[in-house]
Structure formats: structure tokens, C-alpha cells
Write a protein that binds this ligand. Structure first.
Ligand code: FE2
Length: 377
């Protein structure tokens, strides 16, 4: 298998049995949602939106909704032990539970996917309050992750029925230019990439638009294999990674060990000005992977002309890669919890539709230095 150099054409809406309007929200199950929400607000520049908890009649949990442009994160914690949420946190630490997708018709989305073999997580349910009605349904995917289908065309409230608006007039943060979810990557177990690729093809009507094998993502380094799945209109992209045998322990294997199973490896968030965004994030204490400054010595020979000045890219450690259609700038945070599991990518696309293959070597060397420091290589 070799890397396909161009993105494959996508389905037309008429043949798409699961038309998706994009990512609706990402929900994290965490050990302490109050503090996690504060981190996304203070460090990443999200704004407080909505809250659900004992005060709103939900005795088992607290959920905080934060938003920046089209990015909506829900931080949920169990407030009692001995339930599915508490077991999830005990098993995985903090991590992604829900990748929610915005749809026109959540009932049809559930029917179309479950009849193709998707395992139901939530049969279509209509939620109502004074702000209208919202329909949601859901299916299981890899690990303990689920996809919820959210139909909110008849809902005008702050987030969903059951939530109340939440703000803190004493605590304001500037946004950092994060715009929307570009892609979400799943780490699956040995030999499980192709079965999950088949799941996204058969159950959700996605297409494989790009593949990397263990020759691309070298055996010298933290080897992995990856296939990128995209929905019909390209709004939703899910690369699926599995570990590969290498001289050293695969970064995916380290994730699987510490997450105690399959799960979301990273969420990529788009910006239109990566220099300003990364500058803001760094100044608020977000830790990023650091490539050696030698990365920049021959950068322009590798990627050709770019609009940005090299100096700020070098100062902030921002990486650049080019494909047939343009270039992209990207940078990866270190894991955002103490387990070496979930992290974030910041990405600015200038024509390129790929995922930064040219940066894998430099990145994986940086990841290996971190693995080594944790004693996991
Ligand atoms: Fe990525």
C-alpha cells in the first residue's frame, strides 16, 4: 500500500445515506469537570455556554459546555461511584466519550446505520424544553467511544434541553482563534484498523481517502499504520491508527496501555492564523511537542514558498508540510492529562487536504523523546 497523493472524490449528497453537517460537539468524561472546564476556558480560550448537574435535576453527573466558534466541548464527570461514567473514568482516565455529529434527521441517521450493522447506543429520543425540541440517537464505535447524531434544527436553547445557560461575569478570557474540528483520530488495537475502516465504510458510508503504512511511518521510529476515513461532503474526517512493529514501542501501543483500550488519540482544531493561535496558547501555558531547531534549516527547500515568515514559525515550533494541493501548518500539544493519552493538534490549511506526512519523522522523534522520559519506549 502506498500513500495516495491526492484526495479521492467524495460522494454526492444524493447517494449519501448519512448526510453529516459537521461535528456537533466532543464530550469528554473526566475526573473533575469543574476544573477541566476551567482549563479549556483559561488555556484554550473557550467560553462558558451551558451547565447541567444536580441543580438542574441530574443527580448523577455534572456537565459543563464550553465553546469557541464552531468548536463545542462538553466536560462531564460522574458525581457518584458505581456507574458507567465512573467506570469509564476509572478505566481510561480523562478521555473522549462522544464524537457527536450534526444531522438533519437523527432518526434516519440511526435507522440507516443500525440496519447496516451499527450497534445502537441510543435509540432516537426527542428532548424538549421551552427552547424547542432536539432529537438525538447514537451508535457505538471503537473502544468505549460513541457517535451521537444530533438534530437541532428546531432547538434554540444554549445547548440542549436539560442544560441551563452558564457564564461567569468575573472571569473572561480572550478566544485564541480556534474555529472548528478539522479531524479526530482514533487509536485502535493490533490488526483492528481494517475492521474499523470497514465499519466507517459499511455502516456510515465513509470513504478511505488516504493511507499510510508502516513503511511511510518508519520502523525506525514509533511505527504505526493509519487510514483516513471521510464522510461524503468531507466535513467529518476520522483517521484510524493501529500500532506497527518497530525497533521501539509504538506510540499507539503506549496509548493503548495507558488508556486501557482503544480511544480517541487527538482532536485537530483549525485556525486561520496559526502563529497568533499558538502564540496565545503557549502564553497561557499549553505545552507543545518541540522539534529540534534544525527542522527549520532546510524547511523552505522541502516545502517551497510559504506566505509566513520563518522566524515566528521557528520561535513557536510550528511545522509545515506540502501536498499536491497546497500546504498546511500544524503543531501538536503534549498529552493534556497525566496519562500519555489524548492530545490536541492545531492546524491551518492553505490548500493542503492531507495530514502532514512530511512531519512524521521529526514529530515521532519528538514523541519518542517524551516516551523515553516516561520510561515507555
Ligand atoms: Fe492529526
Amino acid at each position: 500500500m502506498s500513500v495516495q497523493s491526492t484526495i479521492q472524490p467524495v460522494q454526492t449528497a444524493t447517494t449519501d445515506f448519512l448526510p453529516l453537517q459537521g461535528t456537533d460537539y466532543v464530550e469528554f468524561y473526566v475526573g473533575n469537570a469543574k476544573q477541566a472546564a476551567h482549563y479549556y476556558i483559561s488555556a484554550f480560550g473557550f467560553q462558558p455556554i451551558a451547565y447541567l448537574g444536580p441543580e438542574t435535576g441530574h443527580k448523577d453527573r455534572a456537565s459543563y459546555v464550553v465553546r469557541q466558534n464552531k468548536l463545542t466541548f462538553v466536560l462531564t464527570t460522574p458525581i457518584r461511584s458505581g456507574n458507567e461514567m465512573a467506570d469509564h473514568v476509572y478505566k481510561h482516565g480523562d478521555g473522549v466519550k462522544v464524537l457527536a455529529l450534526k444531522v438533519e434527521d437523527a432518526t434516519s441517521a440511526w435507522e440507516e446505520t443500525t440496519k447496516r450493522g451499527g450497534k445502537s447506543y441510543l435509540a432516537p429520543v426527542k428532548l424538549t424544553d421551552g427552547n424547542g425540541e432536539l432529537v438525538m440517537s447514537g451508535i457505538h464505535t471503537y473502544g468505549d467511544v460513541v457517535h451521537l447524531f444530533i438534530e437541532r434544527k428546531n432547538y434554540q436553547g444554549p445547548f440542549m434541553p436539560g442544560y441551563r445557560a452558564w457564564s461567569n461575569p468575573y472571569f473572561k478570557t480572550e478566544e485564541t482563534g480556534l474555529l472548528y474540528v478539522d479531524h479526530c483520530v482514533g487509536n485502535v488495537s493490533w490488526n483492528q484498523m481494517n475492521p474499523w475502516v470497514a465499519f466507517y465504510q459499511d455502516v456510515m458510508g465513509f470513504r478511505n481517502i488516504l493511507s499510510f503504512d508502516d513503511n511511510d511511518i518508519s520502523t525506525e521510529y514509533s511505527a504505526l499504520m493509519s487510514k483516513v476515513m471521510s464522510n461524503g461532503n468531507g466535513y467529518v474526517k476520522f483517521p484510524i491508527n493501529e500500532p506497527a512493529e518497530g525497533k521501539k514501542k509504538s506510540q499507539v501501543e503506549e496509548y493503548l496501555d495507558f488508556y486501557n483500550g482503544e480511544g480517541v488519540q487527538h482532536v485537530a482544531m483549525a485556525t486561520n492564523d496559526i502563529v497568533a493561535t499558538v502564540h496565545a496558547l503557549r502564553s497561557r501555558g499549553v505545552d507543545f511537542l518541540q522539534v529540534p531547531t534544525s527542522y527549520y534549516d532546510d524547511l523552505l527547500d522541502r516545502v517551497g514558498h510559504i506566505d509566513e515568515d520563518l522566524e515566528p514559525l521557528k520561535e513557536l515550533g510550528i511545522l509545515v508540510d506540502r501536498d499536491d494541493e497546497g500546504y498546511l501548518l500544524q503543531l501538536f500539544t503534549k498529552p493534556v492529562e497525566d496519562r500519555p493519552t489524548l492530545f490536541f493538534e492545531i492546524i491551518q490549511r492553505k490548500g493542503a487536504k492531507s495530514f502532514g506526512k512530511g512531519n512524521f519523522k521529526a514529530l515521532f522523534e519528538a514523541i519518542e523523546r517524551e516516551q523515553e522520559a516516561r520510561g515507555n519506549l
